[in-house]
Design a binder for this molecule. Structure first.
Ligand code: ATP
Length: 590
């Protein structure tokens, strides 16, 4: 397939912000897409060339694109920078400059999806001496052959900054419709019915695709497998102990009786540990640890790897739990921020494991001895973890649990959990399956503290005076699932340490301006005077006094007196609080 066809798809997708229209546009495209291109298209429409669970990154800086544009267009880097300043967007700059150049050179090869895909993939694997030159040539080769529009989207993809507004639900629905139509079905786009007149058959197709995605985290594999085959082939997909899976999430309740109402009686009630979520896969001696961001952190937690090898008695499994940091002297739990430093650590790992050791609290299992256990009841899964884990205090244990149908007992256990230094409790429906990636009513969290929001930083300002060299005054946004977009909701600049002080394991406020600046720097997109825009990547948790309606921010809401609680290194930006949640909080206030 020619790349120009894909750019036309991008343009159509960008021309509407409505989820339904985007679904139809993508479905129509997939319906006619050659099978051999389906997997690449599914990744490229998400602006990626590796599945989300793959740790490889393209890692190309804007400066290299400027140089590649210089080679491809013959325009000086000074002039390129000028146009870039004017447009504020390197994608548009590429389009404009390649347009100018094309008035002079008429000979170039048509780009194919294959060529663009493989060149961009290559960028992630080029390493070592002279790698910058090879990368430069690889990008310049594409831009030299590109038509103006193609140059725009190639640039955005290389910079990992392509947004055509496709949320996960949209991708799933588009694959379902394309599959249905390729297999003789006919949808009625005018139909008011949410399955477009495809009825229960289309709903079943959509559910199978969702289930397969829960297992693989990769729509490219799923779409490619079924597009010209029977949907039942998806049954052959199995979890893999070395690949990440999205974790199950909880809804919240205000009190014990509301929690029972949602999950049913009796319920399993567990300590809600304030730590760091880990999904741990074991296959023989091979142990792989993933965060809820799907990042592989096995190297950062060598002691956990060892613990699992020594204390889990089964050949293969994937278990879910919370690693809680504790002070080795006082044996008291420490705030989450302290162990979250361990996630990005590349050196002194052994020392860090001694300074901030973790205790693993296991609460679930999703794979056991070669088979998924997702569909089994929670009671059955709990029995399995009881069977395979050799408990060792301060190292590995099962989540503390009671099963009760009684409000008084639940209150007592809630209090006991808080007294032990936990965040609250989790209520769990004992008959429910495990739902990867879903926030469903079979898990309910109950905690006393005020609600906070997880927001993503999208802009900031360089500080002045004693804050010179640091980013300050951070603009934050929430996630809009329907359009895969970030909507601004306010600015904050408090709750942050001026200096990185002595490491104090019990200090709640340990994030400094310096730390936040270092975390954000790699994601700076543009700078204008003191103002910088930042690619959505770093998620922070904020306290606030109130949510107000506000025309000043694109979300339509603003936070009053926001204050930093912590950086959430464990969260992906698309896991930030959503517009729906903010609307819910807003209403609850009154
Ligand atoms: P919060 O910000 O309140 O921790 P969250 O948005 O990070 O919540 P939720 O789904 O709302 O995530 O709450 C569930 C989280 O609580 C899990 O992601 C997990 O990290 C943590 N947790 C601690 N103890 C348990 C437990 N026993 N069972 C399940 N999750 C637990």
């Amino acid at each position: 397939m020619d790349y120009i066809q894909l750019t036309e798809l991008y343009e159509k997708l960008e021309s509407t912000s409505k989820r339904l229209e985007k679904t139809i546009i993508l479905a129509e495209f997939l319906k006619n897409c050659p099978k051999k291109d389906v997997d690449k298209i599914m990744l490229l429409v998400q602006g990626i060339v590796f599945p989300k669970s793959d740790d490889r990154k393209i890692g190309v800086a804007s400066k290299l694109i400027v140089k590649a544009l210089n080679i491809a267009s013959g325009i000086t880097t000074d002039d390129i920078e000028k146009t870039w300043k004017k447009t504020g967007d390197l994608g548009l700059t590429s389009e404009e400059l390649i347009k100018k150049k094309r008035q002079h050179t008429l000979f170039s090869q048509d780009l194919t999806v294959d060529k663009v895909f493989s060149n961009i993939q290559k960028l992630a694997t080029i390493e070592g001496l002279g790698s910058t030159d090879v990368k430069l040539k690889t990008i310049a080769e594409l831009l030299t052959s590109a038509k103006p529009k193609e140059a725009k989207y190639i640039t955005r993809t290389v910079l990992e900054d392509l947004r055509v507004g496709l949320g996960e639900g949209t991708l799933r629905d588009a694959i379902a419709i394309a599959y249905y139509e390729r297999h003789g079905g006919k949808v009625d786009l005018e139909s008011k019915d949410p399955s477009f007149g495809g009825g229960s058959e289309l709903v079943k197709i959509r559910d199978s695709i969702q289930e397969a995605y829960d297992v693989t985290n990769d729509y490219a594999i799923v779409a490619q497998m079924i597009i010209d085959d029977d949907i039942n082939i998806l049954q052959t997909l199995e979890l893999n102990t070395q690949k990440p899976v999205k974790v199950m999430l909880a809804q919240k309740a205000k009190n014990v009786s509301e929690a029972f109402e949602t999950v049913g009686r009796p319920a399993a009630i567990e300590y809600k540990y304030d730590g760091f979520r880990m999904l741990i896969g074991k296959h023989g001696d091979k142990v792989t640890i993933h965060t809820r961001r799907l990042e592989n952190v096995s190297a950062q937690f060598p002691e956990v790897v060892k613990l699992i090898r020594e204390n889990i008695t089964t050949e293969s499994c994937i278990i879910d739990g919370e690693a809680v940091g504790y002070n080795p002297q006082t044996k008291k739990y420490v705030p989450f921020q302290n162990i979250s430093q361990r996630i990005k650590r590349k050196y002194d790992i052994e020392q860090m494991a001694k300074d901030v050791p973790v205790e693993l609290n296991i609460f679930d299992i999703i794979y056991y001895d070669g088979k998924s256990t997702i569909k089994e009841t929670f009671s059955e899964r709990r029995k399995l973890i009881e069977k395979i884990i050799k408990e060792k205090p301060f190292h590995i244990r099962l989540a503390q649990q009671v099963i009760t149908d009684n409000d008084n007992d639940a209150e007592k256990f809630y209090k006991k959990s808080l007294d032990a230094g936990n965040e609250g409790v989790m209520f769990k429906n004992i008959n429910a399956p495990y739902k990867p990636g879903s926030r469903v009513g079979t898990w309910i969290k109950l905690k006393p503290v005020m609600e906070t929001l997880d927001v993503v930083i999208v802009a900031a300002e360089w500080g002045e005076g004693k804050r010179t060299g640091w980013l300050t005054s951070y603009t934050v946004a929430i996630y809009d699932e329907d359009t895969d977009n970030y909507l601004e909701i306010g600015k904050f600049g408090t709750g942050i340490k001026e200096k990185k002080g002595e490491e104090d394991l019990n200090d709640e406020n340990i994030v400094s301006f310096n730390e936040l600046t270092e975390a954000l720097k790699p994601y700076i997109i543009t700078e204008k005077g003191r103002e910088v825009t930042i690619k959505p990547n770093i998620v922070v948790e904020l306290k606030f006094e109130e949510i107000q309606k506000s025309p000043s921010y694109s979300s339509g809401y603003a936070l009053r007196f926001p204050r930093l609680v912590r950086i959430r290194m464990d969260r992906r930006p698309d896991e930030s609080s959503t517009l729906n949640q903010v609307e819910g909080f807003y209403k609850e206030q009154y």
